[in-house]
Design a protein around this ligand. Sequence first.
Ligand code: SF4
Length: 387
Amino acid sequence: MSSEADQTVPTSVYVHFPWCARKCPYCDFATEPVKTHTIPHEAYADAVLRELSSRAADLQERELVSVFFGGGTPSLWDAKALERTLEGIEEAFDSVSDDVEVTVECNPSSLSRQQARELHEAGVGRLSIGVQSLRDDHLRFLGRLHDSRQAVAALEGACAEVPRVSADLMFGMPGQQLDAFGMDIERIVAIGVGHVSAYALTIEEKTLFGSLHKAGKLRVAPEDRYADLFELAQRRFTDLGWKQYEVSNYAAEGEESRHNLHYWRGGAYVGLGAAAVGCLDRGPGDAFRWRNEPIPQRYLAHPTHRTETENLGPDEIVREALMLGLRTARGTDLVATQRRAGRDPRVGRERDLELAMQKGDLVQDGDWLRVPHDRWLKLDGIVRDLF
Ligand code: SF4
């Protein structure tokens, strides 16, 4: 740990693991289905570490505050290979925060209690488990590899071995009843999970669900049912004393994802691995974003190859700060955004801001601009109207 931490820039690392045991029919993430015995565990760790060392100059005077292994299904990655990668990341930074948060996304079908223990021993303090539902009919509809029994076993094993556990839940499946969704929430919280991400099922064009929907062969919940399920989640978690600290994320006291908060607040992050995205500020009003080679086999051969790069100017920095920040309960920090963008984020949209405030869609608390909690159902429209 470094005593120079206060002079360094807090920075997160996202490591993308690009394989899953099966492609879910609704998923448009950068991930390939793979026969799990063919996963190149050590070669992928080698490639990520090679990429990392090529970025050494970018990591100077930075403090590592969080590492997130996402995917794909990083719980398919051998824990020793993941540990080697994590060690390499920590060594590459000038300093590592005392409370660095290390998260691994897991699927119930590939997370045994033994594996949760190995991940904890490797330095992982938080597991995020893709439960989606505790009802077998919904899990079958979603094409998941696990059933509700496996989901509960994975949550119990994770809670027994790792200090912090999060579960992903999905809503909007056809025929989903409010009571059943509420019961899933209560069961998951009773197991000991401290954080839940609850996402609406969305139909993405380039997926199997997208094709079926286009052909009129996929039934999903009607629009007003989505709203009812969203509000039910809000009520249940509030009754449990949890906070909805972002539109899709709920946490018990102190259990917020520090990695995601860092990202939503415009913090610097380095992306490693196939298809990973990173973004680092170069000075006020100037940031650089890149995307890595998305095809795993090509990434393995050329781990330093970036397929997309983008320079962000003041307008893009402000736009993203509003789009991401206003999805959180705290909102967007106007002073921090001004510092990053090199200009006042309110300039050029004074009229739109005033209108939104008159309607009660936006509130300014000191330096923070936020959307009140009771307006979150129409959050997307409120933010859209600012551009
Ligand atoms: S397991 Fe997750 S990342 Fe993999 S295909 Fe399914 S939803 Fe996508």
